[in-house]
Design a protein around this ligand. Structure first.
Ligand code: SF4
Ligand code: SF4
Length: 117
């Protein structure tokens, strides 16, 4: 079992999560395979130690423990696993990165068909 970054991360790339992961297992894909998204981060399931540190850190509420992954994001489990052994980096958070508002977070969830409110 590992933690999973859902599509709620797509195009957000806040990158707070990489700052707290104790094993640096949250990556941005740097290859040219179009089936692996590079506009979101992905967790390597073989390296994740299930510590939960990244979950409260993500301002877009995009990260889930596998057992708690909403059904609408089921395919993200397999998409995260595609990062194993691929060209990748651990990105750093830019100092001037702005945090999203609560309205932006909710509207992003609606965009991906997820309602938790
Ligand atoms: S903090 Fe959340 S939105 Fe930002 S890169 Fe990490 S998972 Fe994606
Ligand atoms: S659960 Fe822990 S080890 Fe896994 S990605 Fe999040 S911070 Fe890293």
């Amino acid at each position: 079992m590992a933690y999973i970054i859902s599509k709620l991360c797509r195009d957000c790339l806040d990158i707070s999560c990489t700052q707290v992961c104790p094993v640096d297992c949250i990556y941005q894909y740097k290859g040219d395979d179009p089936t692996i998204p590079n506009n979101q981060l992905l967790i390597d399931p073989d390296e994740c130690i299930n510590c939960n540190a990244c979950v409260p850190e993500c301002p877009w509420e995009a990260i889930y423990e596998e057992d708690l992954l909403p059904e609408v994001f089921t395919e993200d489990l397999e998409i995260n696993a595609r990062i194993v052994g691929k060209p990748r980096i651990v990105p750093k958070r830019p100092d001037d990165q702005k945090l999203p508002s609560q309205e932006e977070v909710q509207s992003n969830k609606e965009k991906w068909g997820y309602k938790d409110f």
